[in-house]
Design a protein around this ligand. Structure first.
Ligand code: PLP
Length: 512
């Protein structure tokens, strides 16, 4: 392929190169410095109303100079952003096996429904009498999620999974306080997502680590020894971050409840359970869901997400305000008069656009479709497991649910680590899997295909992973220096975390 000076890296899905493409330096000016004086994308029509002094109209907000805003024509802007979009990877290009994140396809029917003007343009301050349609969406979604989880009450307010955890542990704390003692500690397994200990800490709890047993599950003996009358809750992900179902979950709940502690379930992995089992039936007191994982709403740049929290009836008085209630005539209103509420956790009612999408997804699938989705997600993960287990080390032999965790043990013998394999995967046209998580697996490769993928796409992924395993033996340097096909190669990850450059800045004088 000829080199395009504007865009040296046509990264198309599934172009298996296997050969090193020399990294091409870019003429940054051509890529980003497109501004030239006098160009503009739009011209306003002649004024047909009396002119007003802008300074008078805008007061302090009025600016004489526009600063260093670029001057460009419309087509240049369109091409710039379209080109930038091709330097990225997206679920709409190919499989995105980022374990624990459930990167499933975002069905277009969701988008159609969410864009209906009556929903998309609704103002959050309109009176309830004008908002009954939107409130009905919220009510229906709440009902569906309660049915799916087997819980009694729910709030849709939190804007992310971690925000849901925060809300759920606030409910836990408020309930313990109502019993006379907030208690001091929260137990967290060593396989937990990092947001769990962060949540417990920000809610004022001490964190006590719980070691996993040899199957990667909760060690009941250790749990029984650690739970006492100062334990507020156990935060448990089920299936765990190893993709393993806690088949002793009833006993775990009993051990906690005997000491007055609650069972919090991190429901980020519900894609393995929907339509099969319900947390409310196996002893969970409070949990969050990730609509942007299990229920197909987009994850994008950290949001907008939705992390609804479902709980048992005894926690209901503590839910965030406002709570949606039915009037006798069948209409609905927002109830703010809830003296035990933990208060608001977000402006308005949450990310309502996500509620519309999630409800569209649930209704489009129906109960049988959702169950089938779960089965397909588990089948896909196990298909990958079977097709790769001869080449990649399986640290836990327990049956996999919706994701499979390998380790880089065999490749590390050749100096190739999980991060190298992940970067090499980019050259094969795939987004990397989750690297080095969960922490209890040294050199983890955490792979979650979701139900979205066809067997043909899974086979391409498997072929790529098998090819990389061969490369790791025969030509480890090739893998250790990957990716070779992207616009930028390896970044300084420490600098990126400590001193991130989050936006492009113009030169002082763009026209000099
Ligand atoms: C994704 C995830 C979270 C956090 O959800 P966010 O929406 O990213 O805040 C928590 N726990 C687990 C197990 C997850 O996979």
């Amino acid at each position: 392929m000829a080199t395009d000076i504007r865009n040296s890296t046509p990264v198309t899905a599934h172009t298996t190169t296997g050969k090193v493409r020399p990294h091409q330096t870019q003429n940054e000016a051509l890529v980003f410095e497109k501004s030239a004086p006098g160009k503009c994308a739009y011209k306003m029509p002649p004024l047909d109303v009396p002119a007003v002094d802008p300074a008078e109209l805008l007061g302090d907000a009025h600016r004489e100079a526009l600063g260093l805003l670029p001057e460009l024509s419309e087509i240049e802007i369109i091409r710039h952003f379209t080109r930038l979009s091709t330097w990225n990877y997206a679920i709409d290009l190919g499989m995105y096996p980022l374990g624990s994140c459930t990167m499933k396809y975002n069905p277009r029917v969701n988008e159609v429904v969410a864009r209906i003007a009556g929903f998309a343009e609704a103002h959050p301050y309109r009176p309830s009498s004008h908002a009954q349609g939107g409130m009905e969406i919220i009510e229906q979604l709440q009902r569906c999620l309660l049915e799916i989880t087997g819980m009694d009450a729910i709030t849709l307010q939190p804007a992310a999974g971690a925000h849901g955890e925060f809300t759920g542990i606030l409910l836990t704390r408020a309930w313990h306080e109502s019993q006379g003692n907030p208690r001091r500690k929260v137990l967290i397994p060593d396989s937990a997502h990092g947001t769990n200990p962060a949540t417990a800490a920000i809610c004022g709890y001490q964190i006590e680590n719980l070691k996993s047993n040899s199957d990667g599950g909760i060690d009941l003996g250790a749990l029984a020894r650690q739970v006492d009358f100062d334990t507020a809750a156990l935060m448990l992900t089920n299936p765990s971050t190893l993709g393993v179902f806690e088949n002793q979950i009833h006993k775990i709940a009993d051990i906690l409840h005997d000491k007055g502690a609650l069972l919090y379930m991190d429901g980020a992995n519900m894609n393995a359970l929907v339509g099969k089992v319900r947390p409310g039936d196996f002893g969970v007191d409070v949990m969050h869901l990730n609509l942007h994982k299990t229920f197909s709403t987009p994850h994008g740049g950290g949001g907008p997400g939705a992390g609804p929290v479902a709980c048992k009836a005894f926690l209901e008085p503590f839910l965030p305000i406002p709570v949606l209630v039915r009037n006798e005539d069948g209409t609905r209103h927002w109830d703010y008069d809830r003296p035990h509420s933990v208060g608001r956790v977000r402006a308005f009612y949450g990310n309502t656009g996500m509620f519309i999408r999630a409800l569209a997804y649930i209704l489009a699938n129906g109960p049988d479709g959702l169950r089938q989705t779960t089965e397909d997600a588990v089948l896909n993960a196990n298909y990958i497991r079977k097709k790769l287990e001869d080449l990649y080390e399986l640290p836990y032999n327990t049956p996999s649910m919706h994701e499979v965790v390998f380790s880089d043990k065999r490749q590390a013998a050749h100096g190739v680590k999980t991060g190298d394999i992940a970067k090499r995967l980019i050259d094969y046209g795939f987004h990397p899997y989750t690297v080095s998580f969960p922490l209890i697996v040294q050199g983890a490769l955490m792979i979650e295909p979701t139900e979205s993928e066809s067997v043909e796409e899974l086979d391409l992924f498997i072929a790529a992973m098998r090819s990389i395993a061969r490369e790791a033996e025969e030509n480890p340097e090739l893998v250790k220096t990957a990716p070779h096909s992207t616009r930028v190669s390896r970044l300084d990850e420490v600098q990126a975390a400590r001193k991130p450059v989050l936006r492009w800045k113009p030169r002082e004088n763009p026209h000099s």
